[in-house]
Design a protein around this ligand. Structure first.
Ligand code: FBP
Length: 554
């Protein structure tokens, strides 16, 4: 099979890692911190995680204690949406295990958590790992969104882990998957088992972060890929001068991706869902904000522009949030009845009798295509699949209507031609940037150190990410200290808190200070494609979000 020159070159790339992880195992020690506490709901968490709550934060340092060298049998799971760098987490874990002993075994559970529940796995051999080093995608073992939730599922996970003789399970996933990792760790201890569970922070959405997890992996590569594409579109817009481009960007809930892309490309408008929610903006107010930029630019004869829209926006508009919640509840409570109504007109008739007056009114003002998308299947967590809702087209339609109204009263005289785009899948499997390649490999190696040190219920953490990789600080954070109690499907559940965009945080403030100028003038930036080889200022730069957050904290 022919392999591209870049793919071949990436196979040969040696990830840069924290200095202490380059030492032999005999020279690595774990520094143990004070017992860690969750920032909220301490009592409930302590009760729910009797055996795993209150453990200390640990950091890897060069020292004399050493990490035990022995063979380990470990199972690894990729969970949720693809994120660039997943293969390198597995490669780092594999190389760590082989440092522990050439007799160590790594199993890759196939297709996500369901692989563990159904005991479907492959052995990750050196030959298999080498075919995936520094490449994007999760195709080495596949991923899935099955949640380990029922008592039967926990029991099956336990039985299968025992059957394979596992010392540990590594779960590479987002907030929900790492919540599962914490629950599984507690479940294993409760049953007197020594099987350890370690998590790894993954998601392009960037919403699994806190004081100790500075970034989830994949965010860096995804935002750089989208920013390249947005920059290319901006260049096209400014060349042709005839289109407004409405670009929806992935990010299920949080707007970190849209915000970072805005900082990198300086579009005319970028909506931030968290701000929409905080200011309780309605859809028509959002449309007015976009129109204000269109009108100002038209006055300067600039009938072109770029608008960025976060994927999750629709769920942050209060009136839409209420409608979606009502729909989610109805679709859960009347699943069988609704399943028999396939025609859209009949579905609307059914909703007539079940939705609240305001939600029904709103539903009826939406274009039928959007109505159908809102009634489409939910994900395994019961959420509407926002990536399937064409918010970009909804906004274009509403903006067109508003501009027509304004034309009638001579408040707008420009021309408006809009094109819709959605960038999501384009970025999830890109070759990991050097940052993600290095970060992920380090996360995998660190996961091994945590396993070899006998820890469970921890997430692999690598900190100080704005410094060169050699100065990064690897360690482990007790998963329970990242949790709080939240209402899910009507009952209070322990979950890892999703990190949304902070309106008081440095990245948003930087954006807010500059967006007024971008709305009127053409200030586009063209970041270009991710570079893998060349000077560090071009190849090894972390995201603007990470730099701004770091500056804020130091
Ligand atoms: P994770 O949080 O699981 O990493 O998923 C991120 C994401 O890419 C979201 O941005 C997007 O809404 C979702 O996955 C789409 O998932 P799917 O392709 O399964 O519909």
């Amino acid at each position: 099979m022919e392999i591209s020159a870049l793919q071949n070159a990436r196979y040969a790339y040696t990830p840069r890692i924290p200095a202490c992880l380059s030492c032999s195992l005999e020279e690595i020690s774990l520094e143990i911190g004070a017992p860690a506490k969750a920032t909220a709901d301490e009592d409930e968490l302590r009760t729910l995680f009797k055996h795993s709550y209150g453990k200390p934060i640990v950091s890897c340092v060069s020292g004399k204690t050493g990490i035990a060298k022995r063979p380990f049998t470990v199972g690894v799971i990729l969970s949720g949406g693809q994120a660039p760098g997943g293969h390198n987490v597995i490669a780092g874990l594999y190389d760590g295990l082989k440092k522990g002993s050439p007799d160590s075994t790594l199993y890759g559970f196939l297709g996500g958590p369901s692989g563990l529940l159904e005991n479907k796995a492959v052995e990750c051999t050196g030959e298999l790992i080498d075919r995936y080093r520094n490449t994007g995608g999760f195709d080495i073992i596949g991923s899935g969104r099955t949640k380990i939730a029922t008592p039967e599922q926990f029991a099956a996970a336990f039985e299968n882990a025992k059957k394979r003789g596992l010392d540990a399970v590594v779960i590479i996933g987002g907030d929900d998957s790492n919540t599962n990792a914490a629950l599984l760790a507690e479940y294993f201890i409760e049953r007197g088992s020594s099987i350890q569970v370690i998590g790894c922070p993954k998601t392009i959405d960037g919403d699994l972060k806190n004081e100790y997890i500075e970034a989830s992996f994949g965010f860096d590569t995804a935002v750089k890929t989208y920013s390249e594409l947005i920059g290319n579109i901006e260049r096209d817009a400014t060349s042709a001068k005839k289109y407004w481009h409405f670009i929806k960007l992935m990010g299920r809930s949080a707007s970190h991706i849209a915000l970072e892309c805005a900082l990198q490309t300086q579009p005319n408008v970028c909506l931030i869902s968290e701000e929409v929610e905080a200011k309780k903006l309605s859809l028509s107010q959002i449309v007015e904000e976009i129109c204000s930029s269109i009108i100002k630019r038209a006055a300067d004869k600039n009938n072109f522009g770029v608008v960025l829209i976060p994927e999750g926006l629709i769920e942050f508009v209060p009136e839409m949030k209420k409608l979606i919640k009502e729909l989610n509840d109805l679709m859960a409570d009347y699943a069988d009845e609704l399943g028999t109504i396939t025609n859209f007109i009949d579905q609307v008739y059914w909703l007539d009798q079940h939705l609240s007056y305001e939600s029904l009114d709103l539903f009826k003002t939406l274009p039928p295509s959007i109505g159908r998308q809102l009634l489409a299947d939910r994900d395994p967590h019961g959420n509407v699949q926002v990536s399937r809702i064409e918010t970009e087209k909804l906004l274009i339609g509403m903006v067109e209507n508003k501009l027509e109204e304004l034309k009638k009263i001579n408040a707008y005289t420009g021309k408006f031609n809009a094109l819709a785009h959605f960038f999501g899948y384009e970025g999830r499997c890109a070759f990991p940037s050097n940052f993600d390649a290095n970060y992920c490999y380090s996360l995998g190696l660190t996961a091994f150190i945590l396993i070899a040190s006998g820890l469970t219920g921890y997430i692999s953490s690598v900190r100080n990410l704005v410094a060169p990789a050699e100065q990064w600080i690897p360690g482990g954070i007790p998963l329970t200290m990242m949790m709080n109690m939240e209402k899910r499907h009507g009952s209070s559940k322990p979950v890892i808190k999703k990190a949304l965009v902070e309106l008081e945080g440095a990245p948003f403030k930087e954006f807010a200070a500059r967006r007024g100028l971008w709305a009127q003038e053409t200030c586009y930036q063209f970041p270009g494609a991710i570079q893998y080889y060349g000077p560090p200022e071009i190849c090894d730069q972390p995201t603007k979000t990470l730099k701004l957050e770091h500056r804020e904290q130091s």
